[in-house]
Design a protein. Structure first.
Length: 171
């Protein structure tokens, strides 16, 4: 029992300290393909605030895994349409929504850059320009990110996805 507990603690700690080196998850996209001001923008429909970024591209453009990780979910949800959720390092959940389609082999462990689907306009993005909604949620809270903004307590869990793209960080 002690060995199992030690292994579990070691695994949890190891995953927390694995660095995040993410790539922009839309093939051919650069730092100008989304509006950086839209993360936590309000009002944002029934969600209240926008908890991710929308990376615009032609419908059918390849969507890749921004980081390596374990695929936890592929399927359809009302707002997100066709979605993929991947658990990556630091216990962060990477959420890809509005996909036109999901690659058939999107399961198990994926490495960074593997194809997971294609840009689309499914869910609540029907009749809107094709884009990938990309969110990063931490399973562990970051209390220093709490704010008094609308739904500010959720900022402890929802992280600005663009902050992990080293090619987009100035300075």
């Amino acid at each position: 029992m002690k060995l199992a507990a030690m292994l579990a603690i070691t695994l949890i700690c190891a995953v927390l300290f694995v660095p995040v080196h993410a790539v922009i998850p839309v093939k051919g996209a650069d730092c100008n393909d989304w509006n950086a001001e839209t993360f936590w923008f309000e009002p944002w429909g029934s969600s209240g605030v926008h908890k991710g970024i929308d990376i615009f591209a032609q419908s059918g453009t390849t969507v890749m895994s921004a980081t390596g990780g374990l695929v936890l979910y592929t399927g359809e949800v009302a707002k997100g349409g066709k979605v993929v959720a991947i658990l990556g390092s630091k216990w962060r959940l990477h959420y890809y929504a509005h996909l036109d389609d999901i690659a058939p082999d999107t399961s198990g462990w994926l490495t960074q850059g593997e194809t997971i689907g294609a840009v689309g306009s499914t869910g609540n993005a029907i009749n809107k320009p094709a884009h990938l909604h990309y969110s990063v949620m931490s399973l562990l809270p970051y209390p220093w990110l709490f704010s008094t903004e609308t739904q500010g307590w959720k900022k402890m869990f929802y992280l600005d996805p663009a902050a992990q793209f080293s090619q987009c960080i100035s300075g």
